[in-house]
Design a protein around this ligand. Structure first.
Ligand code: HMG
Ligand code: MG
Length: 302
């Protein structure tokens, strides 16, 4: 067992979280959330996505949000770009990193981005080439790596296949994503092992949704494999509009609490992170989904 001593957290709450909100969230609130996340010590924040506003109206304010954030030195701001049209729009906002998002299954690829897995690679290839030519780092997400809402079980070989396709088009970093939060630890381990046949440990992250309460366990098993980069979501916000019933990513506060309890550094101030979670939960008028966040707030207020 080789536990990392430092873990990099990418908070995807402003994007993965808020893309799934029924109620409108003004750009100013998103900007304030990004501000609070960077004040808490986050070094990478997934801010928004440049997708079709007809498909995901919640992200239609992408350029406004990117223009409004107060960039802090040493913090990276990433955005999702599904095609060249999205990339060209994103470029004007000067992201540090872009994310192309493919899927381990054909059915999810069709539902989420309206094309087959191979077609998605054909669309991503010029995006990746243009981003790299512009010096912008490229991450790739493999959705449904641990299970699919339409096809059910997903074999590790499917994860390896998509990882290889991404590698072939020049994607620099891969995220193994449990879109619907169905995975359990051995399943997570096997999917990561499959992706590690293609990508180095330093170029791989875990992205676990917590629908079935498995995300912290999956995070732990990934940590024990040496994985040291994770996408998490403030207050456990989120889900994917094309994966009905799927809830948010594992809460950032819960992961940071676990890591700090294990003596693993994150560079994040948990108190400030909890404040950020409270800020967005207050706006949404519902309790945070973070167990650690709620417990620590209760203790603070006692
Ligand atoms: P399409 O309809 O096949 O696209 O959608 P198209 O190229 O045929 O264009 C149709 C229309 O969309 C045109 O407009 C285009 O201009 C417009 P019209 O002429 O009809 O007015 N369009 C765009 N507009 C803005 N930005 C763009 C863009 N592209 C085309 N980039 C498309 C294909 C990919 C665009 C669509 O399916 C889409 O936007 N899907 C959104 C999917 C999405 O955002 N899902 C959630 C994020 S992924 C996720 O959450 C998973 C992740 O967290 C990991 C995990 O947990 O698994 C990352
Ligand atoms: Mg996700």
């Amino acid at each position: 067992m080789t536990l990392p001593t430092f873990v990099k957290i990418v908070d995807v709450g402003p994007r993965d979280g808020l893309q799934n909100e029924k109620q409108p969230v003004p750009a100013a609130i998103k900007i304030e959330l990004v501000q609070r996340l960077q004040q808490a010590g986050l070094k990478e924040i997934e801010v928004t996505s440049f997708v079709s506003p007809k498909w995901v109206p919640q992200m239609a304010d992408n350029a406004q949000v990117m223009a409004g954030i107060q960039r802090q030195a040493g913090v990276r701001y990433s955005v999702l770009t599904p095609n060249l049209q999205g990339f060209e729009a994103a470029l004007k906002s000067q992201p540090d990193e872009i994310v192309v998002f493919g899927a381990a299954t054909e059915a999810f690829s069709q539902r989420n981005i309206n094309c087959s897995v191979q077609e998605s690679m054909d669309r991503f290839a010029p995006v990746v080439a243009a981003a790299r030519a512009a010096g912008i780092m490229v991450r790739g997400a493999i959705s449904c790596a641990l299970g699919c809402p339409y096809e059910g079980d997903v074999a590790p070989a499917q994860v390896e296949r998509v990882a290889r396709l991404m590698k072939d088009i020049g994607v620099q970093h891969i995220g193994v994503a449990d879109t619907i939060g169905v995975g359990t630890p051995l399943k997570a381990q096997r999917a990561i092992e499959a992706a590690l046949k293609v990508y180095d440990l330093k170029d791989l992250s875990g992205h676990f949704h917590d629908t079935y309460g498995q995300a912290l366990a999956n995070t732990l098993v990934a940590l024990q494999m040496g994985v040291w980069q994770f996408d998490t979501s403030i207050a456990g916000l989120g889900g994917c509009p094309y994966a009905k019933g799927a809830t948010g990513n594992v809460a950032s506060e819960d992961v940071v609490y676990m890591l700090h309890g294990m003596g693993i550094d994150t560079g994040i101030d948990l108190d400030l992170l909890i404040d950020a979670g409270q800020f967005i939960s207050d706006f949404l008028q519902r309790p945070s989904l973070s167990r650690a966040g709620k417990a620590l707030l209760t203790r603070r207020n006692a």
